[in-house]
Design a protein around this ligand. Structure first.
Ligand code: C2O
Length: 344
């Protein structure tokens, strides 16, 4: 059977998975008796998520204003900045158990739920931001770390006066430091860029022998957590988390730890690119080894999560409704794909 959505009235204490100690924060969402099955609204105008390295001053202003307003919402509002960050903690640090499965944890990483969960998470985050600035076309930026032009932390996140700033980051990796997708610690930035491209090529095109190698391994009701991550989750995705997190913090906060990752606005920009990788893999990139990129297993399609939407309504969403980003109303700015020519 598919993984069921969590029972949020049974949400409990969370564990710091970096050192296996109990966290002394409450990352459970506000309760609500009223859960609605979410229906994707009709798409009148496609939102275009821009590359964070290329955004206009007008966009930066809007994005800042939206995050600033999110930070000013009352703490108990499920749309507030901290509540949004805590979604990641609740779903990833053992605060939820699988309904009806005793104390078996619910975990959305290291399995085929990774891409769908984070896609829905960003979907509502983006709609909340849009609502806060009265702009339904607002789209999150993506950190284009698969392209040499985007291989530094996007400059819009490093101004200490900006709402997009977070001080818990590795200060040694501020721009112009080049992101190290292979965790090579190679001091030569040109070699790191070349290695990054090789990594992306392997994750996206060459390395996968079936659909689960990319998407992550099957994860069903009653089975233990962490059946296995897909290539992109395990590789570039995790490397970016570790690379940005602050090694002088006790547990790699913010981006380097599940419970705190969502406290850095850069998290959502990073994951917008992870989401873009899924879309590119699904629709654009060739693969000799994985001719059919769909998972038709009903335990995948019917897995479900709960989120608060932009109106603070608690909604139930399913994996099958998030398989096509165009149906969800957003697309990505078209940027050249340096990894693609390598296949020709
Ligand atoms: Cu839920 Cu990038 O992790």
């Amino acid at each position: 059977n598919p993984i069921k959505p969590p029972e949020i009235d049974k949400c409990g204490t969370a564990t710091n998975l970096n050192n296996n100690t109990q966290l002394d924060i409450n990352c459970c969402p506000p309760l609500s008796q009223n859960i609605v099955d979410y229906r994707l609204p009709p798409v009148f105008q496609m939102k275009i998520r821009p590359s964070a390295h290329r955004v206009s001053p007008e966009y930066i202003f809007k994005y800042n204003m939206a995050i600033d307003r999110m930070k000013r919402l009352p703490k108990e509002d499920p749309r507030s900045f901290m509540q949004q960050a805590n979604i990641h903690c609740a779903y990833c640090n053992g605060a939820y158990d699988q309904p009806g499965q005793g104390t078996l944890d619910l975990q959305v990483h290291n399995s085929w739920l990774f891409f769908p969960f984070h896609r829905w998470y960003l979907y509502f985050y983006e709609r909340i931001l849009g609502k806060l600035i009265g702009d339904p076309t607002f789209a999150l930026p993506f950190w284009n770390w698969d392209n040499p032009k985007g291989m530094t932390i996007p400059p819009i996140f490093v101004d200490p006066k900006s709402a997009l700033y977070d001080e818990k980051r590795n200060q040694a990796n501020m721009p112009p430091a080049v992101v190290d997708l292979g965790m090579t610690r190679n001091p030569d930035p040109l070699q790191v860029v070349a290695n990054n491209l090789t990594i992306m090529y392997n994750e996206m095109i060459r390395g996968n022998s079936d659909v689960y190698d990319f998407m992550g391994q099957p994860y069903r009701e009653g089975t233990p957590v962490n059946p296995g991550p897909g290539a992109s989750e395990r590789g570039s995705h995790t490397a970016v988390h570790v690379w940005v997190g602050d090694p002088s913090q006790p547990s790699g906060e913010d981006l380097g730890n599940f419970y705190s990752a969502g406290r850095d606005p850069l998290f959502y920009c990073h994951h917008a690119n992870v989401d873009r990788m899924w879309s590119l893999w699904q629709y654009f990139l060739p693969s000799k080894t994985v001719p059919d990129k769909r998972i038709t297993d009903p335990d995948f399609l019917n897995a479900a999560f709960l989120f608060y939407d932009e109106n603070a309504q608690l909604v139930r969403v399913t994996v099958k409704d998030c398989l096509d980003n165009l149906r969800m109303g957003y697309d990505f700015e078209r940027i050249d794909l340096p990894i693609f020519p390598l296949t020709l």
